[in-house]
Design a protein around this ligand. Sequence first.
Ligand code: AMP
Length: 287
Amino acid sequence: MDIFDNSDYLKEEIDFLKEDGKTIGFVPTMGALHDGHLSLVRKSKAECDYTVASIFVNPTQFDNAEDLSKYPRFMESDIRQLTKENADLLFAPSESEIYPDAIARQAIPPVKLGALEKVMEGARRPGHFRGVVQVVHRLFDIVKPDVAYFGEKDYQQLAVIRTMVQQLELPIRIIGCPTRREQDGLAMSSRNMRLNKKERKDAAVLYRALQFVRNHWQKYSVGQLTDEAIRMIEANGTVKVEYLQLADGATLQQIESMDDAKHIRCFVAARINNVRLIDNELVLFKG
Ligand code: AMP
């Protein structure tokens, strides 16, 4: 696997591959890789001629300084894992490579996220999605992928990226990939390694609560479902729910009744001490 930290050299390499007719698949990440990330790499490998992964912990998408400073960094083992998956190239730029000056750090592409930015993660993490749009746009500009792969685990982020690509008419296909889970159902996340043994065990209640909603939506009202799911999560006192709601899978706006949308998902954000976890699950899809 080739490793680049310089965007000009990377652009040259990509131009060369494109002249050769190769399709470029791209998997942007913040590192501390796990099987969720690697599943995106595998999908790209299966569908594209050449797979680029990136590792960049983007400071502009963190609304919490502690979350940024404690974000796990494991470059050596990340490189080993990507090599094992036969990723073709890793782009691991420094902060100054992505944001060479104050102007670059403040430049945000003109994307109107509207209501998408005002709910769930957008409402709780001010500026987060603007930071995501900024860095993904910058990475897209450097890597110029034909296809880019994102996890459904960060479903709202996936919707934000789709909106950006649509509004800016970028010639990039965005593929959403299913959430990879641990054996007890906890969604894989780089943040899970910050949990101690008990917290890690208790965190699995998030998935159990999502399954409860998925399996009981026909029997209960939306209010009853969400109240019970929150009660389950908070029952043993370790996990605190920030939000748990049912939302339209297309617009991500909260729904009041199961008749409100064709595609409904349940979204949850919760804290275990200082670790904030998110997850979501399909509840209903009327084809
Ligand atoms: P991150 O490094 O957390 O920014 O994630 C990089 C990409 O991997 C994003 O598209 C995430 O949605 C995706 N991802 C993270 N966790 C998972 C998971 N458990 N299953 C599938 N994709 C994931």
